[in-house]
Design a protein around this ligand. Structure first.
Ligand code: FES
Length: 251
């Protein structure tokens, strides 16, 4: 599998959160009841801490963040080895332009903005301005703008195409095992992690897991395989939230 290599992997791409609301009760006693509702289809959110990217502190700065490396397969085909195109964030005078990096001409992945304020497509030469508008064809349509919010130095970017389902259940309802089972679709060439927090505003802690119901809880990363991924974790407490993330990096 190709690995993200251009920069240390720095942020996670939150895919979905499975919520348990057993506050004040025994997790084991209410697990079955609560887990019936714990299958969610959600949109993906890319969380970007601005302090991780010095480029975004200055007008004209630009980064491209993705879940897998970008490769050039031919003059007509440049794109990610994984399923998702990256996101380009361009710093304007006071705010940001957040853009989907898929070229509107024929789908190659556009480069991040250069020092001339241009994003270039490597396939057929289309050029885009900082806000995603077309400067030069053959592209006719702008790059897609993505909605985001900014708070406490973090951009939360909504990715409407990245729908995602996460399901959580007790390993064996009739067994005394305290493990829980999370399942989600894991795409090839992407790497997944699982986090847990005990309250909505509590700190996220990375969880160790096994890929079998009774294996050692020694893994913290899982490569996707274009199929359902299954992880098994020790129940972390009496209440809390699981979150599955894809690893991302500057690409
Ligand atoms: S795919 Fe970008 S210019 Fe053709």
């Amino acid at each position: 599998m190709d690995r993200l290599s251009r920069r240390e992997v720095i942020k996670t791409f939150a895919l979905g959160t499975a919520i348990s609301n057993v506050i004040g009760n025994s997790w084991a006693a209410l697990l079955l009841l609560d887990f019936k509702a714990l299958s969610h289809i959600q949109a993906g959110i890319l969380q970007v801490k601005l302090s991780d990217f010095p480029e975004l502190n200055t007008a004209g700065g630009s980064v491209r963040i993705g879940t897998s490396p970008i490769v050039r397969r031919s003059s007509e085909d440049t794109g990610p080895v994984g399923i998702f195109h990256p996101v380009i964030i361009n710093r304007a005078a006071t705010d940001f332009f957040v853009l989907h990096a898929e070229c509107s001409h024929a789908g190659c992945t556009v480069a991040r903005m250069n020092s001339q304020g241009i994003m270039q497509c490597p396939c057929h030469g289309s050029q885009y301005a900082a806000d995603g508008s077309v400067r030069q064809g053959p592209a006719l349509q702008p790059l897609r703008r993505l909605n985001y919010t900014q708070a406490d130095g973090v951009l939360e970017i909504q990715l409407p195409d990245v729908f995602y389902e996460i399901k959580v259940e007790r390993v064996a309802p009739s067994s005394p095992s305290s493990r829980v089972h999370l399942s989600f679709i894991g795409f090839a060439n992407l790497t997944y992690e699982v986090y847990f927090r005990s309250s909505l505003d509590g700190p996220l802690e990375r969880a160790s897991f096994s890929t079998t119901p009774d294996g050692p809880l020694s893994q913290t990363e899982l490569p996707g395989a274009d199929d359902f991924s299954h992880v098994y974790l020790e129940r972390p407490g009496t209440a809390g939230f699981f979150q599955v993330t894809m690893k991302t990096a500057a690409v």
